[in-house]
Design a protein around this ligand. Structure first.
Ligand SMILES: Nc1ncnc2c1ncn2[C@@H]1O[C@H](COP(=O)(O)OP(=O)(O)O)[C@@H](O)[C@H]1O
Ligand SMILES: [Mg+2]
Length: 234
């Protein structure tokens, strides 16, 4: 098996004592697009924050064969990137060019290299003509694409998308689904949008109240109406 993420007995409690994840284990193979589905409060966002070490897990998260610890977190966090649910949490520069350039500049690349990466990213994410715009003046759908662009320009090995289609209209939804498919590689999508899961994912993990309730291939899990109903997804 070519597993790039191993999560073993992962639990997490917030400082107020709220136990958001309870003994969750799973494996994700390279180049798979995996959905983590669950209703509001199931622990989906908490799981992503534990995978890239923003929150430090109890139990074990192993990425590319290396256990996530205080020592490895800096190196590993460059390889696994989160596209946040709310694009306003991802965009903080005064124009889109700077937002996309931020990661490569931080990685210490020279300005000619940064410029090349930004141009490629703008093309890939279909953001031509928007480079000098202020991100706060964009439509919600455009903001979502720019948020993905700021992660794409860092060239991570694993993408995590937190509710990528929330608040989008049907066209925006189709565009984002298309981009997720096009980006390829290892992707984790946290969502309760079951149509998106059918469109882009092959494997599904079901979370409910911080517990992994089920795991399987997309047809198997999404046809289990009893399970989906129990977990607040139907
Ligand atoms: N900063 C926090 N402090 C305390 N509890 C939190 C915090 N963030 C989330 N939670 C709680 O953790 C649980 C899981 O939340 P979350 O991971 O955001 O769920 P989801 O993303 O599936 O909606 C919920 O009970 C939520 O109230
Ligand atoms: Mg969430």
């Amino acid at each position: 098996m070519n597993s790039v993420i191993s999560v073993r007995h992962l639990s997490f409690s917030y400082p107020d004592g709220n136990r958001a994840l309870k003994d969750v284990s799973f494996e994700i193979d390279a180049d798979r697009c995996v959905a983590v589905i669950g209703s509001n409060g199931a622990g989906k966002s908490t799981l992503l924050l534990n995978l890239n070490g923003v929150l430090m897990p109890e139990g074990e998260v192993v990425l590319f064969g290396k256990t996530l610890t205080n020592k490895t977190v800096r190196e590993l966090r460059r390889r696994i990137a989160i596209v946040f649910q709310n694009p306003d949490d991802q965009l903080f520069c005064s124009n889109i060019y700077e937002d996309i350039a931020f990661g490569p500049v931080n990685h210490g690349l020279k300005s000619a290299e940064v410029d090349k990466i930004v141009q490629e990213t703008v093309k890939k994410l279909k953001l031509e003509g928007l480079e000098n715009r202020n991100p706060f003046h964009l439509s919600y759908g455009e903001k979502k694409r720019v948020a993905i662009a700021t992660v794409y320009s860092m060239n991570p090995d694993i993408y995590c998308f937190d509710e990528p289609t929330a608040n989008l209209d049907p066209r925006g939804r189709r565009e984002i689904a298309g981009l997720i498919r096009e980006i390829g590689g290892t992707r984790i999508i946290v969502t309760h949008d079951l149509d998106l899961v059918k469109d882009v994912c092959s494997q599904v993990i079901v979370l409910d109240k911080g517990i992994k309730e089920a795991e399987g291939n997309v047809n198997e899990v999404l046809s289990d109406e009893k399970l989906l109903y129990k977990c607040g997804l139907l």
